[in-house]
Design a protein around this ligand. Structure first.
Ligand code: SF4
Ligand code: SF4
Length: 171
């Protein structure tokens, strides 16, 4: 008859015995050894940073939050052609186009512009394909990291968050 108590499927089975503690175990020497390792690491250079007060330097090719550019006269460059949305693998970009009216030339560079332009930052994978697809140099990814929020709706970034502020430098 098979003795199932002695079978080990992994071969790593160990028999536990109530053996007598050694002298060093009785003197808590192994604990002191462990404390020594803790102390050694205590004085080592820390690998963590105190974010957000302290920030790590990003790679020069880091891609962060998008910006919709204005031209040198302050007019929005985007012509709502939709190429960025087509190129986006995450389907994160949506827009609604509108016709520029007479007198709005200082606002929009092209005859057609994006009345609504939205990027879902929760879908975006910051690949930069929208930037590459744009024929008008209207969208770029900046070094800025989108702020963290508790509400998911806030991550739908509209023109209010994307279009560059007039005081910002033209890229
Ligand atoms: S960076 Fe990539 S994923 Fe994000 S909006 Fe642009 S194309 Fe889409
Ligand atoms: S950002 Fe560029 S690619 Fe996207 S709709 Fe505007 S002009 Fe077209």
């Amino acid at each position: 008859m098979t003795d199932y108590g002695t079978i080990s499927l992994t071969g790593r089975k160990k028999d536990v015995s109530q053996k007598e503690m050694t002298f060093s175990e009785k003197m808590y020497i192994p604990i002191l050894k462990g404390m020594g390792i803790t102390l050694k690491h205590f004085f080592k250079k820390k690998v963590t940073v105190q974010y957000p007060e302290e920030k790590r330097e990003f790679s020069p090719v880091y891609r962060g939050q998008h910006i919709l550019m204005r031209d040198e006269n302050g007019a929005e460059r985007c012509t709502a052609c939709g190429l960025c949305a087509v190129a986006c693998p995450a389907e994160a970009i949506t827009m609604t186009s509108a016709e520029r009216k007479p007198g709005e030339e200082h606002l929009y560079r092209e005859e057609k512009y994006a009345a609504v332009y939205e990027i879902n930052m929760l879908r975006c994978i910051f690949c930069g394909l929208c930037e590459e697809a744009c024929p008008k140099e209207a969208i770029f990814l900046t070094e800025k990291t989108p702020d963290s929020e508790y509400n998911r709706d806030i991550f739908i970034f509209g023109k209010d968050k994307l279009v560059m502020k007039p005081e910002q430098q033209v890229l």
